[in-house]
Design a protein around this ligand. Structure first.
Ligand SMILES: N[C@@H](CCC(=O)NCCCC(=O)O)C(=O)O
Length: 263
């Protein structure tokens, strides 16, 4: 049995009536079917009642990237500049879901907005436009490149913590990544440990120090280039192995052999 992988959705207005739809990018569905090796389960932004009902049935959770930003009320930040996209329904769903998934040992991989949510869910805070801060670089979507390059082009380097997960996957202590974000971690949540940094000090990868299972976040977007980029692929494969092990444990004694084989 393949592991069931929850994928967080946003609420987006579609069509001529701007009807709210729960949506996640196809790139997350494809990466779950591909290197993760699971079955994608789209999780609507249906609020905090989701977590206790859905988590016992999931073997992994991907917190997706999205243009919208975590509402600053969740980290006691100043209001967003006018026009900044927010998604309160997503915040109300993902923040409790992240805490519950970590507590339950459900493997979790948080990407871009999801990475920012992971920090906020565990008590950290965000800078809202890091490109406006002194000494920082512009991490936002490159305006001078066409699709699909805009998503896969390497934008800056990272310094990786030696012996961290990303350094192990990369086999070195530096890495080039894409970059499509404005916000970034300001105060790191106490339960998180930084494992990668951009040249301006922006935190780009974190692990949950006390998590009973795989719980990792990256500020970049490995879901866009895993077909060409071996480190992106390896990150999803490692998450998939943790999800497979979780599925094996859930399956009981007959699943134990499966879990051990996957670990
Ligand atoms: N809104 C946050 C998070 C950015 C993010 O997740 N972007 C996804 C972009 C996906 C795409 O355009 O392909 C921020 O700006 O920091």
């Amino acid at each position: 049995m393949k592991p069931l992988i929850g994928i967080s959705c946003c609420v987006k207005a579609f069509g001529i009536f701007a009807t709210p739809n729960h949506a996640a990018s196809d790139s997350y569905v494809r990466v779950v079917l591909g290197p993760v090796g699971g079955i994608p389960v789209l999780l609507p932004a249906a609020g905090e009642a989701m977590a206790p009902q859905i988590l016992p049935r999931l073997d992994g959770l991907i917190l997706t990237g999205s243009r919208s930003n975590v509402c600053p009320e969740f980290y006691a930040g100043p209001p967003h500049a006018e026009g900044t996209p927010e998604d309160l329904a997503r915040d109300a769903t993902t923040l409790p879901l992240i805490r519950a998934a970590i507590a339950a040992g459900v493997p979790l991989l948080a990407i871009c907005r999801g990475f920012q949510e992971l920090n906020v869910a565990l008590g950290g805070s965000l800078d809202q436009r890091i490109q406006d801060l002194p000494g920082r670089i512009d991490h936002s979507t490159p305006a001078d490149q066409p699709l699909p390059r805009i998503r896969v082009a390497k934008a800056h380097g990272l310094r990786l913590q030696p012996e961290s997960l990303v350094a192990e996957l990369a086999g070195r202590t530096e890495l080039m990544v894409n970059s499509l974000h404005n916000q970034g971690i300001a105060r790191l949540a106490p339960r998180l440990e930084a494992e990668a940094w951009a040249p301006d000090g922006t935190i780009e990868a974190v692990r949950v120090k006390d998590a009973p299972g795989f719980a990792y976040g990256v500020q970049w977007h490995p879901e866009y280039d895993w077909e060409r980029d071996p480190v992106s692929r390896a990150l999803f494969e490692r998450f998939g192995a943790a999800a497979m092990a979780c599925a094996g444990r859930r399956a009981g004694p007959s699943g134990q052999a499966l879990a051990q084989a996957a670990e």
